[in-house]
Unconditional design. Structure first.
Length: 289
């Protein structure tokens, strides 16, 4: 019998959700950054193997709804909770187990749960064994699996634990589907990732990216994107002296986009100032939140 189901990943910011999803799907789908809270959308990757199909979703890190944007992120967490067949709760091995369990309890999950202890490469084997035993004593997880998402360790054990909990069902997507999000979305995420890499703290959090044009030409793909910031001063920083910084964003993003869409790409970037987009419902809708 074929198995198929929806599997959602939850965890505190920086626990390694995006890294794990990428390690499993084997394609760069979610963006990864050492800064917290980079994942704002539900990102779905589809894994099709002989005998089973898993539709994965990477939800935003769990945080307080300080801004409207954050409320939308919590909304995404809740809606993901409601439609999952299996929930993967992930924590950093160096983080407090008690705190994480308290957080996971507060989600009031009604679906089967697998507790993943990530970053096993960061702690001693004996300490990990003790941690796993304490996590198992919680009693609410069907399995406790230590992994290193970064080093792709423990993934086989994790997959076996997930498949064991999947319902019998036919595949939801055709075999070659990687994701149900549009290419445009990933292009915008790649550009946003570069902004995270190149600029300090506050800039990335005040920035969003929209792809305004995506044209397949004969020899290349022409993409136009707008980088939306909240203040003129931020615009000046992103542009840089004589446009040096924005060119750097463009070059790095273009290289990754070309790898992702497997086509030569012409990328054009504009920076626009839209005050308070994070608190404005209309903008949030326009930008896909
Ligand atoms: N040492 C180690 N670091 C890891 C591992 N997995 C992830 N990381 C690092 O932890 C940081 C956060 O990883 P992400 O995958 O972006 O975390 P996330 O949970 O998706 O974070 P948000 O998007 O903020 O919710 C990055 O710097 C990763 O490189 C791991 O197995 N070992």
């Amino acid at each position: 019998m074929h198995k198929a189901g929806f599997v959602n990943i939850f965890g505190k910011p920086n626990a390694g959700k995006s890294t794990l999803l990428n390690a499993i799907i084997g394609e760069k789908l979610a963006i990864i950054s050492p800064k917290v809270q980079t994942t704002r959308h539900r990102i779905t990757g589809v894994l099709t193997e002989p005998g089973y199909q898993i539709v994965f979703s990477d939800t935003p890190g769990i945080i307080d709804p300080k801004y409207k944007l954050h409320e939308k992120m919590m909304g995404a967490v809740k809606s993901a909770l409601e439609d999952a067949d299996v929930a993967l709760l992930i924590m950093d091995a160096k983080d407090s187990l008690e705190e994480n369990l308290e957080l996971f309890e507060s989600l009031k999950l009604k679906v089967p749960v697998i507790l993943i202890i990530n970053k096993m490469d960061n702690i001693l084997k004996a300490d990990m064994e003790t941690l796993v035993a304490r996590a198992e004593a919680w009693g609410k997880a069907k399995a406790v699996v230590p992994v290193s998402a970064m080093q792709k360790k423990g993934l086989k054990e994790l997959m076996a634990a997930i498949v064991a909990l999947l319902p019998d069902a036919n595949p939801f997507y055709p075999e070659d589907t990687l994701t149900d999000k549009s290419t445009r979305f990933f292009v915008a995420e790649i550009i946003r990732e570069k902004i995270f890499q190149l600029f300090e703290e506050e800039i990335p959090y005040h920035t969003t990216v929209i792809v305004t044009q995506f044209q397949e030409k004969q020899t290349l793909t022409k993409i136009t994107a707008e980088i939306i910031v909240t203040r003129e001063t931020q615009k000046a920083i992103i542009l840089g002296e004589k446009g040096k910084s924005i060119r750097e964003v463009g070059t790095l993003a273009r290289q990754d986009i070309e790898k992702f869409i497997e086509r030569k790409t012409f990328l054009e970037l504009f920076v626009k100032v839209r005050g308070k987009w994070r608190d404005n419902d209309l903008y949030l809708k326009e930008y896909g939140y």
